[in-house]
Design a protein around this ligand. Structure first.
Ligand code: ATP
Length: 311
């Protein structure tokens, strides 16, 4: 029996600058991503039967954190990624591929602003890269079609993302950063958070913006988490707080517990606290959980790698 296992890493945005809405409804982003040790695992069992037509996915099961909220149908980004890569393989005259059973173990919160679904899609692309000999260069365009965060989660590390976040340049970063993550089961819809930001800016055109990434880039080079903490910024934090005001209490609790800084991750509702050590991250996570301002907590370190085959 052949089983391929791929690891999907979560991300945090150290900086998320959101431009004005474009004609097509998308917003231009300037973002600095860091991949985290927090991960999902994707186990793919290659069956004896192969097929030259239709989906190669026979079944998809999901267990772990927030599993009931994750589809087990072709809507799952993992399934979509497999089908897209299969289509590419067949269009290039590739041999029939084996059917597969997929088991996804979630460790990344769903709809938490940590790119869990995107990372799973990236892990599925890595599996297809192995099964159908598709290079990273050929996987990247598929990743961009699957979602704005998929290219970053494929590559990992620390990167500047522009466009919709899919145009990537590596950023130099020294050291390891320790995070306490406050998860919230409430969930926030990413499009709703962007619309709320547009409404807030229409009402208050002088609203503060995340600005450029010069200071953050220099801080990342220094490797000093105290410096990096000064420049964490997220334009989606204000709309996320307006949609879920209790997140303010979460931010306050982490800072009271001694975190260097807290920031809403992506479109939220996860709040990420940068800490000066792994021990402090555990203390902050414990305090936030005890105070009752998070549904659950996790600790993680970054930068981690991108989606990768393991074992
Ligand atoms: P981002 O940070 O990229 O905005 P997110 O972390 O907020 O993403 P996801 O966890 O990626 O959100 O999931 C958003 C929605 O996508 C879920 O509510 C779920 O219905 C759907 N979805 C599809 N595939 C997956 C998957 N493999 N894991 C989790 N959710 C998935």
């Amino acid at each position: 029996m052949t089983i391929l296992t791929a690891r999907a890493h979560a991300k945090v945005n150290l900086h998320l600058g959101v431009g004005d809405a474009r004609e097509d409804g998308y917003h231009e982003l300037v973002t600095v991503f860091q991949s985290l040790s927090l991960h999902d695992d994707l186990e793919v069992e290659l069956l004896d039967q192969s097929t030259a037509e239709g989906s190669i996915v026979r079944s998809l099961s999901v267990t772990g954190l927030g599993a009931p909220a994750v589809p087990t149908t072709p809507d799952n980004l993992v399934w979509k990624a497999i089908d897209m890569a299969t289509e590419l393989h067949r269009s290039q005259g590739g041999a029939p591929l084996p059917m597969i059973d997929i088991r996804l173990r979630k460790g990344i919160p769903t709809a938490g602003g940590m790119a869990g679904g995107s990372a799973d899609a990236a892990a599925a692309l890595r599996v297809m890269g192995q099964m159908a000999s598709i290079s990273t260069a050929d996987l990247l365009p598929l990743a961009a079609r699957l979602g704005s965060d998929v290219p970053f989660t494929l590559l990992g590390g620390t990167m500047l993302g522009t466009g919709r976040g899919e145009q990537l340049v590596p950023l130099l970063s020294r050291g390891t950063y320790h995070w306490a993550l406050a998860l919230n089961s409430a969930g926030l819809s990413t499009p709703k958070v962007f619309h709320t930001l547009d409404d807030m800016r229409a009402a208050r055109p002088d609203m503060a913006r995340a600005g450029d990434i010069k200071e953050l880039s220099a801080a990342l080079l220094s490797g000093d988490p105290h410096e990096v903490a000064k420049y964490l910024a997220n334009d989606l934090q204000a709309p996320a707080l307006s949609l879920l005001p209790q997140l303010r209490r979460t931010l306050n609790a982490g800072e009271t517990a001694g975190a260097l800084a807290g920031v809403v991750s992506g479109s939220g509702p996860t709040v990420a606290f940068l800490c000066e050590s792994a021990e402090q991250a555990v203390d902050v996570a414990d305090y936030v959980l005890d105070t009752g301002v998070a549904t659950s907590v996790a600790v993680a370190e970054g930068p981690a790698g991108g989606a990768e085959l393991v074992g």
